[in-house]
Ligand binder design. Sequence first.
Ligand SMILES: NC(=O)c1ccc[n+]([C@@H]2O[C@H](COP(=O)([O-])OP(=O)(O)OC[C@H]3O[C@@H](n4cnc5c(N)ncnc54)[C@H](O)[C@@H]3O)[C@@H](O)[C@H]2O)c1
Length: 351
Amino acid sequence: MKKKLRVAFFDTKPYDRHFFDLANTGETSYEITYIPERLSRRTAHLVEGFDAVCAFVNDDLSKPVLDHLVEAKVPVVALRSAGYNNVDLQAAWERIHILRVPAYSPYAVAEHAVAMMLSLNRKLHRAYYRTRDNNFSINGFLGFDMNGKTAGVIGTGKIGRTLLSILKGFGMRIIAYDAFPNEKAAEEIGFSYHTLEELYAESDIISLHCPLTPDTHHLINHEAISRMKPSVMIINTSRGQLVDTDALLDGLREKRIGSAGLDVYEEEGEYFFEDLSNEALDDDRLARLLTLPNVLVTSHQAFFTEEALRKIASTTLSNLDAWFAGEALENEICYRCNEPECRKEKAGRCF
Ligand SMILES: NC(=O)c1ccc[n+]([C@@H]2O[C@H](COP(=O)([O-])OP(=O)(O)OC[C@H]3O[C@@H](n4cnc5c(N)ncnc54)[C@H](O)[C@@H]3O)[C@@H](O)[C@H]2O)c1
């Protein structure tokens, strides 16, 4: 019998195992080892003897870890995520192939962003606890009609556009900013592009849907916040480091920000996805955010729907199938993918 290819899955939870076991029945089914620990310098030695590594959003794929993977002769990393800001693509170049799941369910993330907006606006996260305590007072729960208000979306890719369509249905005025505007989508959905400055000045709700890059790191900082409407609601379901947490906390303290919904957090790596209910939180900024009634934190769960997990599992495994079959790698990424002479476009692989 042909020996199965071995894949080391890092940072796995029971739901990963469930959906990957369901999907791992194709022609090239793999011998999957589910490792609960994150991939890091400390755990990189576990990759010895594997044919591939599968990693998630908080796994560390910096140069020292990639060096270790290359030494261990692991030729490919399959990310089971869309974002890849945790990978040093330059260090990976011409040494190890990086595959990802570019799209699995834009609805999952966009709908979670809307859930956060509705909860913060109508104080559902607080009402839930009040009524359970037989406290039927509605003092402090005054919200606003979203109808007629302005929503500003930063990043009009798959998720941003899905969100814009949903908010259009609420009767909101929808505006957007993107470094690479998509005028066709703007016309079809009915939103308009503006400068960041205009978007900050005009939006009642601002939702972030751009990737984390050197250009977008701390996009929401003191200066940006100083240009926003005083009661603005900020929603971040994209990546924690888009928001300067100190600036956010100052804005909340000074009442320059009305409310914030955070599915991601700058330093989430140590905390999100883990049950730390028996421990004291040692991150003072996260602890402070969690005390504020107008802040709603969820732990990177926007992607977490049945449909998204099925698609993540099937695409991750078909990316590996394509790699091991020597086929073109549609979902490979490298730091040169945005260049006009991108090799993948011509040869099907980045290098
Ligand atoms: N919370 C979650 O569970 C979760 C799940 C999936 C994705 N995400 C995050 O959502 C982000 C968006 O996902 P997507 O599928 O819509 O990606 P996408 O690639 O389809 O869209 C990203 C958009 O951002 C734009 N962009 C790039 N640089 C920009 C800049 N400097 N300023 C403004 N816009 C810029 C791009 O032009 C593109 O239109 C991902 O990068 C990821 O970080 C979060």
